[in-house]
Design a protein around this ligand. Structure first.
Ligand code: NAD
Length: 492
């Protein structure tokens, strides 16, 4: 399949005619080629988005929302097909791919509902015969830079609030997973979204991403990806005074207290640590366990890990698919070697799977480390693979200190049956998301999604909070007194 850029409602040839090949991480099969676009292509997309934005902003928000309802409906009709494409390009197992598509459908309907809300505020004026209100207005043209691990959900978290609020956008998907963007482009066409509202430009971050950030007509950059790239985006965007929303890496932990339901904790850890082969931004990478239950938890985890079937995600019996690329496989293995050198002990896994039937893809054994200390590299840096480290603690205070002692702040979780423990933890864990008696993954789209410290810069995806990224507040004062009234001065 030869995928083209989607600009101004059309699939167009890119300027330099060079392409990137996209392959299935489970078996190396070539799936598609995508354009290696240039700043010229970005210029065309921005011009189309800028032109379309003027009229799009004048379409009543409930009518803009109708397009989102239609997009949600199309995604629902195509759910099984979309999930299959997603599994082929990204590797996650079908069940999870269906869940991701469902997340996009939920987001479409939820944000469509905002078309009839987009609430502003009215408030009394301090002066007589004067009316005061504030309303949300669109910012204009926005750029969406998205990662490969959630090829469609993250784009819907960004593009749907942007659209309903009256913005137009240019989406640069990850080169590893461009096919879901192509499928979404087809859906935009099928629902007759006005030309230029949604644009898709493929290519590299340094070329296409940089051109978008530097373009004077792009007002907002909404980025999800690694902290290293996010910091570059912030630096360049800051220079150009752009509004920048960053959602970045994590080093998420599950805390297991001595009174926890250990069966539930085992299931929660397994799902959060090894689901999506550990490649969720909220994946559990550390288990902070009370010393009195460490041994039993280790035994339960080892027993449960025996059921983790590894393979091609299209096979419904498989629980863990491949990781995204050879580079990712090598990075994960590198961290595992570091862990061994640091003195951590491998209880299970720790190996690249290179024999048949794994030899054509990128598979890593689910890996469980114990005897890990909080300041070891494997307990501090994002590994982004099926590797989890057990850290033993003696108290809740110590558990919270260990949880908070990393540079990231995305998701955390605590298993306990004691209400006092739970309420202290949810207050003191310094992450943007906290789960109680559940693993670190499983966000719902109507709550804000994002993190603190090295994970974010104060913005949130999804939930109502997402609208703050794609709108400006405009405060409007209507004086119907017929005379000059001066705020703060004519107060008697
Ligand atoms: P990445 O940073 O390599 O790439 C993200 C996007 O930025 C891609 O589209 C990429 O092409 C683009 N990009 C790369 N260099 C760029 C540049 N110089 N300028 C502009 N854009 C550039 O991330 P990835 O490997 O695709 O994704 C994995 C990372 O994403 C992990 O760190 C994960 O934790 C994080 N993530 C975070 C969240 C969250 O909401 N916090 C969600 C999912 C993934």
């Amino acid at each position: 399949m030869d995928i083209k850029n989607y600009i101004n409602g059309e699939w167009v040839e890119h300027s330099n005619l060079q392409n990137i090949v996209v392959t299935n991480p489970a078996n190396g099969e070539q799936l598609a080629t995508i354009p290696l676009s240039t700043a010229d292509d970005v210029g065309k997309a921005v011009a189309a988005a800028k032109k379309a934005q003027k009229s799009w902003a004048l379409v009543p928000a409930p009518k803009r929302a109708d397009y989102l309802y239609a997009i949600g409906q199309k995604m629902k009709e195509k759910k099984e097909y979309l999930a299959t494409v997603l599994t082929k390009e990204m590797g996650k197992v079908l069940e999870e791919a269906r869940g991701e598509v469902q997340e996009g459908i939920d987001m479409a309907y939820y944000m469509a509902g905002e078309g009839r809300r987009l609430f502003g505020e009215t408030t009394p004026s301090e002066l007589a015969n004067k009316f005061a209100m504030s309303v949300r207005t669109p910012v204009g043209v926005v750029a969406l830079l998205t990662p490969w691990n959630f090829p469609v959900a993250i784009a819907t978290w960004k593009s749907f609030p942007a659209m309903v609020a009256g913005n137009t956008f240019i989406w640069k998907p990850s080169n590893e997973t461009p096919m879901m963007a192509f499928e979404m482009g087809k859906i935009f066409e099928e629902v007759n979204l006005p030309a230029g509202v949604a644009n898709i430009v493929y290519g590299t971050g340094p070329t296409v991403g940089t051109a978008l950030i530097e373009h004077p007509d792009v007002k907002v950059i909404s980025f999800t990806g690694s902290t290293t790239t996010g910091s570059k985006v912030a630096e360049l965007g800051g220079k150009h005074l752009k509004k920048i929303s960053l959602e970045m890496g994590g080093k998420n932990a599950v805390i297991v207290m001595d009174d926890a339901d250990l069966q539930l904790a085992t299931e929660g850890i397994l799902w959060s640590a090894f689901g999506t082969a550990g490649q969720r931004c909220t994946a559990c990478s550390r288990v902070i366990v009370h010393k009195d239950v460490r041994e039993e938890l280790e035994n339960r985890l080892l027993e449960a890990m025996k059921d983790l079937t590894i393979g091609d995600g299209l096979d419904e019996s498989v629980k863990i698919g491949p990781v995204i690329s050879k580079a990712a496989l090598e990075k994960i293995n590198h961290y595992v070697q570091i862990g061994k050198q640091e003195g951590a002990k491998i209880l299970s896994g720790g190996r690249i799977l290179s024999e048949a039937p794994y030899d054509k893809g990128f598979f890593y054994e689910p890996t469980l480390f114990t005897n890990v200390l909080p300041n070891m590299i494997i307990a501090q840096e994002e590994i982004f693979g099926p590797v989890v480290s057990l850290i033993e603690v003696a108290s809740l205070d110590e558990a919270i200190e260990v949880n908070n002692g990393v540079k990231f702040g995305l998701s955390s979780s605590i298993f306990s049956q004691n209400v006092n423990t739970i309420f202290r933890a949810q207050r003191d864990l310094d992450t943007g998301i906290v789960y109680v008696n559940a693993g670190t993954t499983g966000a719902e789209i109507h709550l804000p999604f994002g993190g603190t410290k090295g994970t974010g810069n104060g913005h949130r995806d999804s939930g109502i909070a997402a609208l703050d990224v794609y709108t400006e507040w405009k405060s409007i004062y209507v004086d119907f007194s017929g005379k000059l009234q001066r705020a703060q001065i004519d107060t008697e």
